[in-house]
Design a protein around this ligand. Sequence first.
Ligand code: ATP
Ligand code: ZN
Length: 226
Amino acid sequence: FNQNSNRLRIAMQKSGRLSQESQALLGSCGLKINLREQRLIAHVENMAIDILRVRDDDIPGLVMDGVCDLGIVGENVLEEESLQRQLDNEPCDYAVLSRLNFGGCRLSIAVQQESAYDGPASLNGKTIATTYPRLLNRYLKQQGVQARIVTLKGSVEVAPRAGLADAICDLVSTGATLEANGLKEVEVIYRSKAVLIQRKDLADAAQLTLINTLMPRINAVMQANE
Ligand code: ATP
Ligand code: ZN
């Protein structure tokens, strides 16, 4: 992985909910990827592309810092990182090349099934556990709600039962996890899908040409899957 080479660098999730479909998308675009299980970097054999496989949380920053040229990541993670970087006065530029048709989920507030809920004002004075403090904070501000936010990187759904929080704000797709933890979904605060992003200051002619070749293929795969 050479910073100075002009191979196009694409960041994708190493293992998780987005990794299979990210890999399949690139495969459908004709990239022959030689994925060895544990490797961080995979070289594409038939195009001037390197794939970097990382935690999804690192993908927005890698693109915003210009370390990778493209990235495939959930809008939830992208927007959270973007809000945090704005607050910290750090680089947060990127361009969305395509909204993809996988990774769909919603970021929702959930409370314990037996608790009375009568709109966002019910959250006043409450403690809410989440992995997405900036997105949650934005929502609470919009609603004029004053609540305490506890940031947890994992196990958010057990926080109410553990007595750590009154409510949670977490990703939901079917709602089965919430139900299994005695929680009910009461507000959807953000709807997310995976997106393909590009760093803002990309100027290398060969890389731009390669992206121009890839984009119609990506859009064709998206349409075929509709
Ligand atoms: P990593 O080890 O890469 O940090 P992770 O555990 O943070 O992985 P995953 O659970 O693999 O992340 O989810 C990755 C992304 O998949 C989420 O950020 C979100 O955009 C999307 N996603 C789709 N459905 C769901 C869901 N039901 N729960 C969580 N994430 C979902
Ligand atoms: Zn993650």
